[in-house]
Design a protein around this ligand. Sequence first.
Ligand SMILES: NC(=O)c1ccc[n+]([C@@H]2O[C@H](COP(=O)([O-])OP(=O)(O)OC[C@H]3O[C@@H](n4cnc5c(N)ncnc54)[C@H](O)[C@@H]3O)[C@@H](O)[C@H]2O)c1
Length: 366
Amino acid sequence: MCLNLLKREIVKEKVKIGIIGCGGMGGYHLNRMSFCGLFDVIGILDKDPAVKKKADFRRIPFFAPEDLEKFFALPGLQAVLIATPNDVHKEYAVAAANHGLAVLCEKPVTMSCADLQEMLDAAEKNGTLFSVHQNRRWDHDFLCMKKIAESGMIGHVYKIESKVVGSNGIPGAWRKVKSQGGGMIYDWGVHLMDQILLFKQDTPVTSVKCVTSYVYQEEVDDGFELEITFGDGTFVTITIDTNSFVKVPRWMIYGMDGTAVIDTFNSKKGKVIAVKSRYDAKLKGVQAGNGFTKTMADRSKGTIKVSRLPKITDDGLDLYRNFCKCVLEKTPEKSIITGKQLMRVMKLIELSFESAEKNEVIKTNF
Ligand SMILES: NC(=O)c1ccc[n+]([C@@H]2O[C@H](COP(=O)([O-])OP(=O)(O)OC[C@H]3O[C@@H](n4cnc5c(N)ncnc54)[C@H](O)[C@@H]3O)[C@@H](O)[C@H]2O)c1
């Protein structure tokens, strides 16, 4: 949600937080955290000295990485936000936990299950909060898809297509570097996988097939097609493409009794079509290319009901609210982003890379 649409919260106590890595996303958090009323940003640490200007502008002390101990010793510091490139999330998260600080880490939390385990262990050992900015759990299109699927509007959902496409390649420098966690699986993929696994929390993934694309360069994937099958038979396709000059619907949801389409991120465009009468007495065959079909012909209007998408009114601040509550009440176990959820996503990421590399369907159960 845009800053000017955010309401400022009035709270008794703000969380004193320091930002590690204040580039694009760190700057976004700096603005939101300063504006939303839940945080006091009391320090910024970045390896790029040019970032000091951002800190100076807001009269916030600036630190270089070699001053990490001084940064951690900021009076009253309770938490850190980590928004560095992906390969250095772990070292800062572990160090912060060892200093008794809560951590809000950018996604992808890190680059392997083994690294994630180390981060979770450090938080557990120190009794500190560890949360991850999986902000797209509150995207209106996702909440709308979930609402449609769970409402029964289109009956039992057996197939979902989740797609994000653009034509601008991979932005920035480190996102093109494999060792820094570049590529689209780690970038957009982690969001779309997290959404799907959240929707199917109690149903195991039973197979994974992934094909990656390398349109712009060979080092990291700039797009991928991932097929996930769940234990209840639900089949999901996740598509990311950074070289598509035509937009496609963000979501297609197929139910036994209807189909829903959500065109865009904000869920204002799209529709739900539910079947009223399965039998269509007026169904006529139509010319289709060089053939004739009844199977694929449009239904007559009286047999279906077309509805608007359900309304979603979330302000996108629940993750910040939950983080602050857990910090102030010292209840890390109440984080809405759990270690179990994060590990499941990381496992899916690892299996996606494995499947793409071997060009194989991976049978699994997690
Ligand atoms: N949740 C989201 O929607 C979302 C969106 C964009 C980016 N991100 C994530 O945010 C993180 C940062 O991405 P970005 O787009 O802001 O990148 P960026 O390159 O714009 O910013 C990264 C910042 O980290 C600093 N940095 C790099 N190495 C460092 C180190 N060792 N110590 C201290 N500072 C260091 C850089 O100087 C830079 O200022 C990534 O993990 C990315 O995946 C999340």
